[in-house]
Design a protein around this ligand. Structure first.
Ligand SMILES: [Zn+2]
Length: 83
């Protein structure tokens, strides 16, 4: 019997960070955050989420921020978006 299992990316959620200033170009309200989750699957049935990857992008200067580069206001705004 062959087991098919592994990981696959889930859907990407994009949320806009309102009132947050981009640390690079200093424009306000240009940052959006996308969160992609990776799921463990068995026979292509999603079993559980193993990791999630969050990046922020500025629509003005196109700078991409990874989670470890988020500023405190960005983190706070993100927490407000958590369900
Ligand atoms: Zn920017």
């Amino acid at each position: 019997m062959i087991l098919f299992f592994g990981t696959r990316p889930g859907k990407t959620e994009i949320s806009q960070l309102h009132g947050i200033t981009c640390p690079y170009c200093e424009q306000t309200g240009t940052l959006s955050v996308s969160r992609t989750s990776n799921w463990f699957h068995l026979f292509w049935i999603k079993l559980f989420r193993i990791s999630s990857n969050t990046v922020a992008e500025c629509s003005h200067c196109k700078r991409v921020y990874y989670e470890q580069e988020f500023t405190e206001p960005m983190q706070k705004a993100l927490e407000a978006h958590q369900p």
